[in-house]
Design a protein around this ligand. Structure first.
Ligand code: PEP
Length: 261
């Protein structure tokens, strides 16, 4: 069996300017150092606004911090007349490892459909970024179709044309759980994450299904993270609101101290 290293990812959304970003990353690193928590068994990634990335990169590089970072979105195009968009090339050059693709806020606010999401996934891979592909059902979808149908359809579309050996991360984020304080139950999240792993197997390969990290996202906090990562098909979390509180996010990162296998 392939061991999947857990990933705790903090999506800051449109919060923190570059000065606060520096102070915040520094604070997290001090908290983890004081707690004598080595960031070796868990991958930790920050997703700051674009304008903060250079500052975060400089701090992480100069202090040798064991954190990764990425963009919250990218353009499906490499360059050209696309005002306001950011290319995967630029993110890669700034040292990004990851990029979030298809977050529900992009799908809602910017009308990103499955086709656009699939194009963005390919653009990320083309330039060596790991796309963190977000899928999830709304409350209405949940009532109409149950929890798995929409995320499975979205992921199938996002993986159309993907190479079988591509490195991706998938985040199951029920829209009704995002920012609501009402997380999915671990059992429900596990069922959907298992179904998503099945999609990876079908669209990519059995190896990819075994090695790809599938995260849960939606009102994750230090009090519930252990109950999610205990599940067989959940390999970490994409954290929104709680990633803006240094003490709280550092507690989430230290989940292995609270999980009894
Ligand atoms: C998110 O938006 O990706 C998210 C999971 O938000 P929250 O943790 O605040 O629910």
């Amino acid at each position: 069996m392939v061991a999947r290293k857990p990933l705790i990812a903090g999506n800051w959304k449109m919060n923190f300017d570059h000065m606060r970003a520096i102070a915040f990353v520094q604070k997290i690193s001090w908290i983890l150092k004081d707690a004598k928590f080595p960031v070796t068994d868990v991958d930790v990634a920050f997703f700051p606004p674009f304008t903060d990335i250079r500052s975060v990169q400089t701090l992480i590089d100069s202090d040798g911090l064991a954190f990764a970072f990425g963009g919250q979105d990218l353009s499906p195009h490499d360059e050209g007349a696309h005002t306001g968009d950011i290319s995967a090339l630029f993110l890669k050059k700034l040292g990004c490892t990851y990029v979030i693709v298809g977050h529900s806020e992009r799908r809602q606010d910017h009308h990103e459909n499955d086709e656009i999401v699939a194009a963005k996934v390919l653009a990320a891979l083309k330039h060596g970024l790991v796309p963190v592909i977000c899928v999830g059902e709304t409350a209405e979808d949940l009532e109409k179709f149950g929890p798995s149908a929409v995320p499975v359809t979205q992921l199938t579309a996002a993986l159309r044309a993907i190479p079988a050996d591509a490195e991706i991360v998938v985040a199951y984020e029920p829209v009704w759980a995002i920012g609501s304080g009402k997380a999915a139950s671990p059992a429900q999240a596990q069922d959907v994450c298992a179904a998503l792993r099945g999609v990876i197997g079908r669209e990519m390969s059995t190896d990819a299904a075994a090695s790809t990290r599938v995260l849960y996202g939606g009102s994750v906090k230090s009090g519930n993270i252990a109950s999610f990562v205990r599940e067989k098909d959940i390999d970490g979390a994409l954290v929104g609101g709680a990633s803006l509180d240094a003490e709280e996010f550092a507690k989430i990162v230290q989940f292995p101290r609270h999980v009894i296998a």
